[in-house]
Design a protein around this ligand. Structure first.
Ligand code: AMP
Ligand code: MG
Length: 351
């Protein structure tokens, strides 16, 4: 493993955070190179996918928890890449991606949180916001779209609103992708140079870039005023895309591991359902199913034990051996009971 520090500690906004001196080409907490980052990312992807599936299953069975990932950053910072490369590693069914552009007439007629509220993830889902309510203290402030007294009041309002989300069972993770002025210039230039990338460019990007310092100031205030205990900001250096993607993958995986989503316990009698299903199956189908049982369940046990081990390791937990052994023992006993029941059913048929 190449993380020397938990990226949540390395990147979380603290009282002494200074955006002006923040190195956007740095790779805090990670001592590997691009190739190592990509390998680690793939490995984490598998873990993240299973944790996400558990959260989804939990939501299906009446769980109320969800995860909201707020992604902010100026044009070319890599918000789209996060959606594609990080969230692309989990089941799209469990992800609710929403992007926020210039408000429509209808949206403008409502409170600024109205459209955000409608886009919140439902239980069991991971919601990803490509831009968010923070635009209402960023572009709105820089472009003077509201009076200062209006946007000034929003920092507290946002903190309070996010606190209510967290109290209702949502985990809120906010990531800001911060690219350097030079790197943004190169990325915008590439969008102009490449015929297949021109669609991503908008002339407005240059007007936004021209207000670089004002945006940096507005971002600094966002970090200073809205990084809370319940909904912290992680500021991600974004000049190296491989780092920003890896860092966000790691933050999300660790966050999910800490949520400890568990496979729901069925509210029906499994053995009874198995017996009923068997009556509808031919002898051949049932025999084949019996032959497959051990391999398929043992594979699932091994996978779950691995995931649990990794998740516990990420949480810095102890006693991982005992916990893993306990889980393994319970599932193995379940497997033996399953096989015994199937054999019995087949024997009774012959008898
Ligand atoms: P993009 O994400 O590149 O598709 O661009 C979306 C645009 O919508 C950006 O220029 C944002 O600044 C703008 N935008 C997003 N939210 C708001 C808002 N609340 N008020 C004004 N402009 C916004
Ligand atoms: Mg854009």
């Amino acid at each position: 493993m190449s993380w020397t520090t938990d990226p949540r500690d390395a990147l979380r906004v603290t009282a002494d955070f200074d955006l002006a001196t923040f190195d956007r080409a740095s790779t805090p907490g990670f001592d590997g190179d691009k190739a190592e980052a990509e390998a680690l990312m793939a490995q984490r992807g598998e873990l993240m996918a299973e944790l996400q599936e558990r959260l989804f299953a939990e939501g299906r069975e009446g769980g109320t928890r969800s995860l909201l990932v707020v992604a902010q950053g100026i044009d070319t910072a890599g918000k789209g890449g996060i959606a594609r490369h990080v969230m692309g590693m989990v089941d799209p069914q469990g992800v609710q991606l929403r992007s926020f552009g210039v408000p429509t007439e209808e949206e403008r007629a409502h409170h600024y949180l109205w459209r955000i509220e409608k886009a919140l993830p439902t239980p069991g889902r991971i919601g990803v916001f490509d831009r968010s309510h923070y635009e209402d203290v960023l572009v709105v402030r820089v472009d003077g779209l509201a009076e200062e007294a209006v946007w000034r009041a929003r920092y507290d309002e946002i903190n309070e609103w996010e606190r209510q989300l967290v109290e209702a069972g949502m985990t809120v993770v906010k990531v800001a992708l911060m690219v350097s002025h030079d790197e943004q210039g190169r990325r915008l230039m590439e969008r102009l140079d490449r015929p297949d990338k021109r669609w991503k460019f908008s002339p407005g990007d240059l007007r936004t870039r021209a207000k670089w310092d004002e945006y940096q100031e507005a971002y600094a205030d966002v970090f200073r005023l809205t990084s809370t205990e319940h909904a912290p900001w992680y500021v991600i250096p974004a000049d190296k895309k491989w780092y920003s993607r890896l860092a966000i993958t790691e933050i999300l995986t660790r966050t999910l591991a800490e949520m400890r989503p568990q496979w729901p316990v069925p509210d029906f009698d499994v053995a009874d359902m198995r017996a009923q299903l068997a009556t509808s199956m031919s002898d051949d189908a049932l025999r084949l199913s019996l032959e497959d049982t051990r391999e398929s369940v043992e594979e699932a046990i091994a996978q779950s034990v691995d995931v649990r081990q990794e998740a516990i390791e990420l949480r810095g937990g102890e006693r991982r051996e005992e916990r893993a052994k306990a889980l393994k023992k319970a599932w193995e006993a379940d497997l033996e009971a399953t096989i015994a029941q199937k054999k019995r059913i087949l024997k009774d048929r012959r008898g």
